[in-house]
Design a protein around this ligand. Sequence first.
Ligand SMILES: [Zn+2]
Ligand SMILES: [Zn+2]
Length: 108
Amino acid sequence: MDRLHRQRCFNHAAREAVARCPSCRRYFCRECVVEHDDKLICAACQRKLTGPKKKRTSIVRVAARIAQAAVMFVVLWILFFAFGRILLSLPDKFHEGTFWSKAGGGEE
Ligand SMILES: [Zn+2]
Ligand SMILES: [Zn+2]
């Protein structure tokens, strides 16, 4: 009667099983199972379950990236606009100043 309780891991014949995969109905040891939605599931089934889901998350990530890029563009545009306004608000002396003409004045 003891054998019924001592199931072996599907991957490791020498190890005692601690959990049964609800998906493939096989027994697995502690190392072969992973938690998935508060359930213990074998690694192979977990890969099957998470496989198709990855595509959805990647689409969400791409959308998030596009949104981020749009936000960045708007922020850069606002900064550029603000910078332009600061330049315009500067006094004319700054543009006509001797600071810039000094550099190219002594060619001849
Ligand atoms: Zn499984
Ligand atoms: Zn195992």
